[in-house]
Write a protein that binds this ligand. Structure first.
Ligand code: SF4
Ligand code: SF4
Ligand code: SF4
Length: 339
């Protein structure tokens, strides 16, 4: 079991599992977070960017529900298992996939050299180089690049939040100790001792941190530390009507995420993947784990985040070795010159 390090009475590490596949974009999480944490309302006008009017995480938005409108092949053209079926009933194979096994889904890379059956690609689109795999016609035929066949889209909705990193660069660089790790291994900022220096803002590899314009201090998700202390769950998880946001021990969240990934892949969503689940990587694992239906970049998440302080120890050691070598060289030169 993973526990919070540095505490005499270490608690199990707590965190989120956000299953974006069941998010309906209701924004109850954003509202609950604002209400519980008394975060000011700052939206004055509609952004025009789909239904996303908060735009991103910030000092006044500790949960942000992204709406990604993604152009995809015509979904109606897909068979029961989500397989793109052609005139001959043949399926397109996902890259690296099994021709008759895992289904190809909108957004999946499709291996055009492995499209089988009669007429799948259509007569005018037999040259793989000329087929736009992101677009399928109504009858399930791949369409040649440049043609005007109808294209559909899907919404990917995802509620983003602080990742509560294992190696959290934000608190490593904080000169006042305002940012600290709790007994639940979550990362909290104590606004009352934040001096507004802003060092932590560029240190966060996810762009989570932000200073509030009117007071200059940094504010972010506390994983509802006050509620956790009382044995409660975070306001966002409590408010989520679809259980897209799950809260519990980090170990349970990881197990839940992996089981759910298996389910989703089995259901045909070949592009599904977990984000923040591994203990390794640039931040040594995140307390907020996500199940995504596409690449992290599509959701505005960095594919390979790295804590800016991760190699600080090595850098200091290298600098110390270089300084000692230089000092030894100077001493040798001085002593050699005296002889
Ligand atoms: S580095 Fe960023 S994502 Fe990680 S704990 Fe700090 S604020 Fe959260
Ligand atoms: S855990 Fe609390 S502070 Fe963090 S996003 Fe959820 S409601 Fe907001
Ligand atoms: S995560 Fe839950 S509460 Fe937030 S927008 Fe999605 S469904 Fe609604």
């Amino acid at each position: 079991m993973s526990v919070a390090p540095g505490y005499r009475d270490a608690q199990p590490r707590m965190g989120f599992f956000t299953d974006t596949t069941v998010c309906i974009g209701c924004k109850a999480c954003e509202v609950a977070c604002k209400e519980w944490n008394a975060i000011p309302a700052t939206i004055d006008e509609l952004s025009g960017d789909s239904y996303d009017n908060t735009g991103g995480l910030g000092a006044d938005t500790w949960r942000h529900v992204a709406f990604i409108e993604q152009r995809v092949p015509e979904i109606m053209a897909m068979g029961e298992a989500g397989v793109f079926t052609g005139a001959g009933g043949a399926a397109a194979s996902p890259v690296g996939g099994d021709r008759t096994g895992r289904a190809a889904l909108p957004g999946d890379p499709v291996d055009l050299t492995r499209i089988g059956g009669e007429g799948f690609a259509g007569e005018e689109a037999v040259d793989p180089a000329g087929i736009d795999v992101t677009r399928m016609g109504e009858d399930g035929l791949a369409v040649p690049i440049g043609s005007s066949a109808d294209v559909s889209f899907r919404w990917l909705m995802s509620s983003d939040v602080c990742k509560h990193c294992t190696t959290a660069a934000c608190l490593d660089v904080c000169p006042t100790g305002s940012l600290f790790k709790t007994e639940f291994a979550t990362v909290v900022v104590q606004e009352d001792i934040c001096n507004g220096c802003g060092y932590c803002v560029p240190a966060c590899p996810y762009g989570v941190l932000d200073r509030r314009e009117d007071d200059g201090r940094v504010w972010k998700c506390t994983l509802c530390y006050d509620r956790l202390i009382d044995g409660g769950e975070p306001a966002c998880a409590k408010a989520c009507p679809t259980d897209s946001i799950n809260f519990g021990t980090h170990d349970d969240m990881l197990a839940m995420a992996r089981d759910r990934l298996d389910e989703v892949v089995e259901a045909g969503y070949g592009g599904a993947q977990l984000y923040g689940d591994g203990p390794s990587g640039g931040v040594d694992g995140a307390g907020s784990v996500f199940l995504l239906l596409d690449q992290p970049e599509v959701y505005g998440l960095p594919p390979d985040p790295i804590a800016s302080t991760k190699h600080l120890g090595d850098m200091w050691r290298s600098a110390a070795v270089a300084a000692l070598t230089l000092a030894a060289g100077v001493a040798a030169a001085v002593l050699g010159g005296r002889r």
